[in-house]
Design a protein around this ligand. Structure first.
Ligand code: SF4
Length: 421
């Protein structure tokens, strides 16, 4: 969407967005390929996310007969996937691709051969490495046109756009460095200019968007911009319900006062653990901020969900239980989730998958890197931790109005076992 809005101001370029399901059947892919055959297009952009990967590969295969068509594939999945088995000659680009696409459009409008373009080592300022063009890591967000403006819909011929649930990004990257994170695709964070944010929030109000998911790693990228975004929504699009991720460290009393006046559907906070034995470079959280700021959320009436992580190296069953006890008794989120650690390629934690390291971790390659054991817990202990997490989060989330205490949940779990036996 951002790429489309950037490129559509070129007089010599027509942009179309073709909404497609991520679970398209083979038949639907064939139909799409036929539709594309009937369209006069020079560049086809495909988004490479974990949930789109299989389908975009098939779409690419279905159009390899089009020698005149340049297929551009971009997205976070490129970093962790093998690319050798892609048919044809797609161009892979990783990072902010606005300027890259601009250059590609120029090359295509000059009638350059797609095969020639593919052999270039540099396009715009993106450098090719192992078959992927990497854009610079410290780029500002290139921005030309506001998303969801009248012009945006008119130029993109997006007649069937639904305003029920809208996705938007207002920053890229993250200022934190959690050791398990596979998301970091730039140095630090890049923020959309304030006037761009202002214009887009006004547009969201005008199209009467019902719910908006701001997909930033941490809403706004930095606290000041996060506060600005919520304040702008309250002024110009007060009916839009907001969903987004925030860090406990972003919160202060001013932020809480802004949140109190905001129309929030759900805020999500990754707590991961409060166990100080998990090395700081892995968890990268400030446990003091977790303990002091998150309890205040219930006072401002915000619906929010806490997320814990199961299987962090340094953690064990006893400490995991203490993380749950703390979250349930002392900060009482609206919802509680716990996720099993996955060791992703290219992350710092991956370096612990080596038996020579004292703080080792073992992961299951065949399941995409799900953690199995570590220096601080055995495989058996992990299974118990996962089972416990599953049961306690289910029970906690079932209670809608009055949240149970940790002890009450333990009793409930014990009673359930007794009843079953
Ligand atoms: S805060 Fe989130 S996006 Fe940022 S490094 Fe940590 S896990 Fe990754």
């Amino acid at each position: 969407m951002r790429l489309a809005s950037y490129i559509m101001s070129r007089e010599d370029v027509n942009v179309r967005i073709i909404p497609s399901k991520y679970d398209m059947t083979d038949c639907e892919i064939e139909e799409l390929a036929e539709t594309l055959d009937g369209m006069n297009i020079n560049i086809l952009g495909l988004s490479a996310y974990v949930w789109t990967w299989d389908v975009i590969k098939k779409i690419n295969s279905a159009i390899t007969h089009r020698n005149d068509l340049c297929v551009m594939v971009g997205g976070p999945e490129l970093k962790s996937r093998l690319l050798d088995d892609w048919e044809g000659k797609p161009i892979f680009v990783y990072g902010d691709a606005e300027l890259f696409l601009d250059e590609l459009c120029t090359l295509m409008s000059e009638k350059r051969d797609v095969r020639d373009i593919h052999t270039r080592d540099i396009i715009s300022d993106a450098v090719k490495k192992n078959g992927v063009y990497y854009t610079p890591l410290d780029r500002k967000i290139a921005w030309r046109n506001a998303l969801y403006s009248e012009e945006f819909f008119k130029k993109l011929k997006l007649n069937e756009f639904s305003n029920e649930f809208v996705w938007i990004d207002m920053s890229r990257g993250c200022t934190y460095q959690c050791g398990y994170c596979g998301f970091r695709n730039r140095k630090g964070v890049a923020i959309l200019q304030k006037d761009a944010i202002h214009e887009e929030i006004i547009n969201l109000g005008k199209i009467d968007a019902k719910r908006v998911f701001i997909v930033d790693a941490n809403l706004g990228g930095i606290p000041a911009i996060g506060k600005f975004i919520f304040s702008e929504f309250a002024k110009y699009a007060p009916n839009v319900k907001i969903i987004g991720y925030l860090r406990p460290e972003f919160l202060d009393d001013e932020y809480l006062a802004i949140l109190e006046k905001s129309n929030i559907e759900e805020l999500r906070f990754g707590i991961q653990t409060i166990n100080e034995n998990v090395p700081r470079w892995i968890r990268n959280n400030d446990i003091t901020a977790v303990k002091t700021m998150l309890p205040k959320l219930k006072d401002v009436g915000v619906f929010w969900r806490a997320e814990l992580m199961v299987g962090l190296p340094g953690d064990d069953f006893k400490a995991l239980k203490e993380s749950f006890r703390f979250v349930i008794d002392e900060i009482q989120p609206s919802l509680l989730f716990a996720y099993r650690l996955t060791v992703l390629h290219g992350t710092e934690v991956e370096q612990l998958c080596n038996s020579n390291v004292s703080e080792w971790v073992k992961a299951d390659e065949s399941s995409g890197g799900k953690v199995l054991a570590s220096f601080s817990y055995s495989e058996k202990e992990l299974m118990e931790m996962l089972d416990f997490s599953n049961k306690i989060t289910n029970l906690y989330n079932k209670a809608k109005v009055i949240k149970p205490t940790y002890e009450e949940l333990l009793d409930c779990m014990k009673n359930k076992v007794n009843n079953e036996s």
